[in-house]
Design a protein around this ligand. Structure first.
Ligand code: C2E
Ligand code: MG
Ligand code: MG
Length: 768
């Protein structure tokens, strides 16, 4: 922009032209009029004078009008210029060739710290001091010499200025000053004009930005995890960090010539492209991907992505965390936590987890399954007869057969000898499936030079169970398997509501038994032992009964097994022991029969209780019966549980002089092989042998062998369940010294037993 009066050359031309035109017209017209109207020289002389005065008047008026217009225009321009100069925060100034300020705006005066009026006419030295003035003059000089605009940054610390500081005195202010030559209208340099802008804030912001950019660049470059930026359209790598180069094995140049598809295994590329298509913008995702290294190895990477703009292109920055090792360790830990180390099958935790997933799947997608819960029969017996090593081999072999039988199924070893199978479909013919399984599992095992048979019991649970917890399914399987043990001949039971009710009944029965003990509803019945050569009464066996308020007398077979499972047999057995010993003492005293004995049945759980020996001592002490008069009966199957603890407990009992009797002998597994390990004094042959005596010679032979073994081991021979004279005669022939059975007496309540004993003693005393 140029200011009007100064810019217009035409202004002077116009005035001159008008002046020339008016003057010429004036001369021509007035000369013509004078010539026309005046004739005398005096008139002409006067007219010439008037003409002159008229010319002066007319031109003065014209000049006045023109000068007034010019001045107004000049004032307008000046005011505009002043407004422009003052409206900017930039400092504007003009200096003459002597270095004196001719034009300054307020912003400039503020830099110098003086009023505008004081600054006009002053030079840099007066205003800023010699040091700053030298720099400013040098800038002026270069601007004048070069002839082109010169920009220079200068740092002015107001503290060092002569005048009052401007702004924060602690902060130096940075100015960008642009200077140009000031020419007069004829093109002659008459000074320097300049514009200074305070760029302190902008400069600091710029530096902060640069630093921050540098930090981010470093963060990217030096980040310990692989990072890269790729073009979202072409999928080309745009930048990679050092960790990516080191980890993936490609050089930076190689990376930059590749696309992200090149670091994915070929089979993963379609899914990558699909994901990229569906990806919403700004999406930050993290997930595990498979990546391909330069050496061809595939790694698992957890990636995080973020949309960015890189060099004007839509791009994405990726942070890749190699979790291959972590997954490997995790898998190892999982294997360890969820696998049975002996068989390699899933363990209970692993199977539960798998089963839970199957239950959820079934609930959402209706994918039924069948759960088989099975246990190997006679495992405990086998373990204690053939040893733990053989038992372990049996489990391994059974697991192998199980897997081979249903290769697609999920197999697990849940517990000692309990396995589970989850078939991935609903079984139509349970008979066929279970038959197939039993056939495979029960065919002979050759283990450590032993031929072993092991059948199994199977609980079947269908996926339509009305519950959603894996533990409930396993519980159902366990319940069904438990029932299957006695479900001959197929040895499987399908879980049903009825079975659940039975299980619940067991829980109710347990509570009722506990209440019964508190309410004193138990009674002890006594069954005598008879000397088979003299028929004298040698003693009694204490047999517990439950006098149920509604059901009447309940035999022990209906509740003892449950009390053994729940532990109630411990307080109950203690109560029976106490009661029986008191009774014995009473009869010994009453009938003067100090040699009378009392046999008390003891469960395995009692023997393994730490306080059992104290209980025995206490009972012997309080009742005052002699230890040899007490006999503890331990069933043969009891011996197969926790052998070492039981053997130790039996030794301590024996040391007290108490007799130990092995009950139900002949029902155990390979029982002969370990008899000598225990401190027994009596062998009580199981009733099943006595029953068979009459029907087969082979049975007699077996019993004869058992009797011989007992003699070899110095064991007294007792037969239980003698019901007939013929059985009695055979047992006498086989050298059995003692017997018990309905032939002599049923188990009797205390009063009846007392009467029986009294009658017996009298009949023994009376001659026949
Ligand atoms: P057990 O110790 O072998 O007792 C013998 C069982 O055979 C008794 O059955 C007895 O009544 C029955 N018995 C005796 N002679 C004959 C006979 O000639 N013919 C027949 N058919 N049976 C005969 P019970 O009293 O029903 O006892 C069953 C089992 O309950 C006992 O077998 C014993 O193992 C257990 N038991 C009984 N009382 C107790 C106890 O206080 N504690 C423990 N732990 N178990 C007990
Ligand atoms: Mg017994
Ligand atoms: Mg018995």
């Amino acid at each position: 922009m140029k200011l009007e009066p100064l810019s217009s050359n035409g202004f002077a031309t116009k005035i001159t032209a008008w002046y020339a035109l008016i003057g010429s017209l004036w001369i021509v017209l007035t000369d013509y009029l004078v010539a026309l109207t005046l004739n005398t020289p005096e008139q002409l002389l006067q007219a010439q004078t008037l003409k002159g005065w008229g010319f002066v008047f007319v031109t003065s008026c014209g000049l006045y009008v023109l000068l007034r217009r010019g001045t107004r225009s000049l004032q307008k321009s000046y005011s505009l210029l002043e407004t422009i100069l003052e409206s900017t925060t930039d400092a504007i100034f003009a200096k003459n060739l002597e270095g004196k300020y001719i034009v300054v705006n307020t912003a400039m005066a503020e830099i110098a710290g003086v009023p505008v009026q004081q600054m006009l006419g002053a030079n840099d030295e007066e205003l800023f001091g010699a040091e700053v003035a030298n720099q400013l003059r040098e800038h002026d000089r270069i601007s004048l010499v070069s002839g082109i605009r010169q920009e220079r940054e200068a740092c002015l610390n107001p503290d060092y200025l002569h005048t009052n500081p401007v702004g924060d005195p602690n902060k130096a202010q940075i100015y960008l000053t642009s200077k140009d030559i000031w020419y007069d209208p004829y093109g002659t340099p008459i000074g320097v004009i300049g514009l200074s802008r305070n760029i302190t804030e902008a400069k600091r912001a710029y530096e902060a930005l640069a630093q921050s950019e540098e930090r981010y660049r470093n963060l990217f470059a030096c980040h310990p995890q692989p990072m890269w930026i790729y073009d979202q359209e072409s999928l080309e790598f745009l930048a990679v960090n050092r960790a990516a180069i080191a980890h993936y094995g490609y050089s930076e140049a190689e990376f930059l010539s590749m696309t992200i598809e090149d670091i994915r295994p070929a089979e993963d590329v379609p899914s990558l492209l699909n994901n990229l298509q569906d990806k919403p913008s700004g999406y930050i995702a993290s997930g595990v991907r498979r990546h391909l290294k330069k050496d061809g190895s595939v790694i698992a990477v957890d990636i995080t992505t973020h949309d960015v703009e890189f060099e004007g292109r839509p791009a994405q920055v990726i942070l890749a965390n190699d979790i291959t090792e972590q997954l490997h360790v995790q898998a190892q830990l999982e294997r360890y936590a969820f696998t049975d180390t002996l068989t390699g099958l899933l363990n209970r935790t692993g199977f539960s987890r798998n089963l839970q997933q199957a239950i959820t799947r079934h609930q959402h997608q209706n994918s039924p399954f069948t759960l088989l819960y099975l246990s190997l029969d006679g495992f405990t017996r086998l373990k204690f007869s053939l040893g733990h090593a053989v038992a372990r081999q049996l489990l391994i072999e059974a697991a192998t057969r199980l897997k081979a039988c249903f290769p697609g199924a999920i197999a697990a070893r849940l517990d000692d000898n309990e396995f589970a199978l989850r078939l991935r479909h609903e079984v139509d013919s349970v008979d066929a499936v279970v038959g197939h399984l039993r056939e495979r599992l029960s065919s002979m095992y050759h283990l450590n030079n032993h031929d072993v048979f092991s059948d199994c019991s199977i609980g079947v649970v269908r996926s339509n169970l009305d519950c959603s917890d894996a533990e409930d399914y396993l519980q159902a399987g366990d319940t069904a398997m438990y029932q299957a043990r006695s479900a001959l001949p197929h040895k499987y039971v399908i879980f049903s509501q009825q079975l659940r009710d039975t299980a619940l009944n067991r829980i109710e029965l347990d509570s009722a038994l506990r209440r019964a003990l508190e309410r004193d509803e138990f009674e002890v019945y006594y069954q005598p032992f008879i000397d088979l050569s003299t028929y004298q009464c040698l003693g009694f066996e204490a047999l517990v009964r439950w006098q149920h308020p509604q059901r009447g007398l309940v035999p022990p077979g209906e509740f003892i097994p449950l009390t053994e499972e729940t532990g109630l047999v411990v307080p109950l057995g203690e109560w029976v022991l106490q009661r029986a010993c008191q009774q014995l003492k009473a009869w010994q005293t009453q009938f003067q029969q100090p040699q009378l004995t009392m046999s008390v049945n003891v469960a395995a759980l009692q023997l393994t209780q730490p306080g059992f020996l104290d209980v025995l001592d206490d009972v012997l002490r309080t009742t005052g019966i002699a230890p040899p008069c007490l006999k503890l009966e331990i069933t043969e199957t009891t011996l197969m549980q926790n052998t070492e603890t039981i053997r130790c407990s039996l030794d301590h009992i024996k040391q007290r002089g108490i007799n130990l009797s092995i009950d139900d002998f002949g029902t155990g597994y390979s029982s002969l092989s370990y008899l000598h390990l225990f401190s027994f004094t009596v062998l009580k042959l199981d009733r099943s042998f006595v029953i068979q005596l009459e029907s087969s010679d082979k049975s007699i032979e077996i019993v004869r062998n058992i009797a011989r073994l007992a003699q070899n081991l110095n064991l007294a021979l007792v037969a239980e369940g003698i019901e007939t004279q013929q059985q009695l005669a055979l047992l006498q022939q086989l050298d059995f010294q003692e017997g018990q059975g309905y032939l002599f007496s049923h188990p009797l309540p205390p009063s009846a037993a007392k009467q029986w004993l009294q009658d017996k003693i009298q009949s023994d005393v009376l001659p026949d």
